[in-house]
Design a protein around this ligand. Structure first.
Ligand code: VGL
Ligand code: ZN
Length: 207
């Protein structure tokens, strides 16, 4: 199948206003994603899915506060508020997301000591989620990516898609960013350097 697969990244309650790690305007992507998803035959959803003692949480480090960085064995890690605890309402997909034909829901960030922004490779840059193999077994060569947050999970997913040899396009108006100390501009520059294409909904939707 030559059609791109749509990856819908982390459109979960905790990343929307009122949630534990709310992305500004995060809920706005829901109707936009609903409108494009039906144009894709193959859709994959992802969920950030942490244990309550996950090491990316500031609460797990004495004297640390959310949004500071800390050096870990695999590099610098932003410490986050507790979010997307496995099985909780905050970790649920946004209730208005309407993508009944999605084939795979992939949960990531499940290992306590390693974060995983990317849907392909965890932050140690070694542990695979298996998405590359899943896509390859389905004959997929290209992914379109939307969701939350542009500068973290969307960007890392898009760059890793390139690393595994897939064509990758981020649908920018179907994403929202956290934008921590310039992280959004850095993410777009890194994505461009990795050969990630950037599109808008109007480029994707049939006229
Ligand atoms: C995300 C921060 C922490 C994301 C996940 O989905 O972009 N950001 N965990
Ligand atoms: Zn997380």
């Amino acid at each position: 199948m030559n059609q791109p697969t749509l990856l819908i990244v982390d459109v979960q309650r905790d990343f929307c206003p009122g949630g534990a790690l709310a992305v500004p305007g995060g809920h706005e992507v829901v109707p936009l994603i609903n409108s494009i998803a039906r144009h894709y035959r193959q859709v994959v959803l992802t969920q950030d899915w942490h244990s309550a003692d996950h090491s990316s949480f500031a609460s797990q480090h004495d004297g640390c506060v959310p949004f500071q960085t800390k050096e870990k064995h695999y590099g610098y890690q932003v410490l986050w508020p507790d979010h997307c605890l496995q099985g909780t309402d905050g970790a649920a997909l946004h209730p208005d997301l309407d993508v009944p034909h999605a084939q795979l829901i992939l949960r990531k960030g499940i290992h306590r000591h390693v974060d995983s922004y990317s849907t392909f490779l965890e932050a140690d840059r070694v542990t695979r989620t298996g998405l590359d193999g899943w896509l390859t077994s389905h004959g997929v060569s290209e992914v379109h990516i939307c969701g939350l947050a542009t500068d973290f999970c969307v960007a890392w997913t898009a760059m890793d898609a390139r690393r595994f040899g897939f064509g990758a396009t981020v649908i920018e108006d179907a994403c929202r960013a956290i934008d921590l100390d310039g992280s959004l501009a850095r993410a777009w520059a890194a994505m461009a350097a990795a050969g990630v294409r950037r599109a808008r909904l109007a480029d994707i939707l049939p006229v």
